[in-house]
Design a protein around this ligand. Structure first.
Ligand SMILES: Nc1ncnc2c1ncn2[C@@H]1O[C@H](COP(=O)(O)OP(=O)(O)OP(=O)(O)O)[C@@H](O)[C@H]1O
Ligand SMILES: [Mg+2]
Length: 231
């Protein structure tokens, strides 16, 4: 299966008595172009897993085959390329540059073969806000700028860590609609990490983590349209 295949992935932080096992033994597969929601309680290893998938952190052992390449074998240089070219990342707290406008925040993420930053900003419905600085935008608007920044380079894989966690329910829903549309329009493989089980309703696949292990990996036969769910 081309897509994502994770096997026996392990990662711990610290050493000796301070050692914390974040990923005890993670195994799962995701098909290319799927919208996957990863659920799990606080501390179950969700962010750690996402950081490894995005090449921002290294596992201690195991394999992470992503679109045909095992990224755990990548050199640091290869990881930089991988992050730059293949990965879009959306964080819970937007992480925008405060001294750059909305449009400039998107433009800095461009690389060869990117879409135009204006097109990216338009696709999140923010053309009119392009000259605003982050402090002049609402939380939901800032998150949409962050999504535009993540998608401007047309990543193969879009990784989102609690993208609606800081938003009210209506704005959160709007962001979810956007992520679902992106998958449809560009065939992007989308992975959303959350502890909000409601998000699982819109997913093609739901992976559940508990204490650093996958306890469930199921396909949702009838994913709902994000605009139709009740929060
Ligand atoms: N940099 C770090 N140094 C030490 N321990 C860490 C570090 N990052 C995470 N951990 C620990 O690893 C475990 C998994 O953390 P992780 O952030 O992956 O959980 P999570 O599922 O994302 O939780 P949350 O829902 O609260 O964001 C936790 O016990 C956490 O304390
Ligand atoms: Mg987390």
């Amino acid at each position: 299966m081309s897509g994502i295949r994770i096997s026996n992935l392990r990662k711990s932080y610290g050493s000796g008595r301070n050692r914390v096992v974040a990923l005890a033994d993670v195994n799962f597969e995701i098909a290319e172009g799927e919208f996957t929601v990863i659920l799990g309680p606080s501390g179950s290893g969700k962010s750690t897993l996402l950081n490894v998938l995005g090449g921002m952190d290294r596992a201690d052992s195991g394999k992470a085959v992503i679109f045909g390449s095992d990224i755990t074998k990548f050199s640091s240089r290869q990881l930089v390329q991988y992050r730059r070219k293949s990965i879009g990342f959306v964080f819970q707290f937007y992480n925008l540059m405060p001294n750059l406008t909305a449009l400039e925040n998107v433009a800095i993420a461009r690389c060869k073969g990117s879409m135009d930053e204006r097109v990216a900003l338009k696709s999140v419905g923010l053309s009119k806000r392009r000259s605003n600085f982050p402090s002049q935008l609402s939380g939901g608007e800032q998150q949409r700028v962050a999504i535009a920044r993540a998608i401007v380079k047309k990543p193969h894989l879009l990784l989102c860590d609690e993208p609606t966690g800081a938003l009210d329910s209506k704005t959160g829903q709007r962001v979810l609609v956007l992520l679902q549309q992106l998958k449809k329009r560009y065939g992007t493989t989308v992975v959303v990490v959350t502890h909000n089980a409601k998000l699982a309703l819109v997913a093609d696949r739901v992976v559940t983590l508990s204490d650093g292990r996958v306890t469930e990996n199921r396909v949702n036969e009838n994913p709902l349209w994000a605009g139709d769910i009740e929060w």
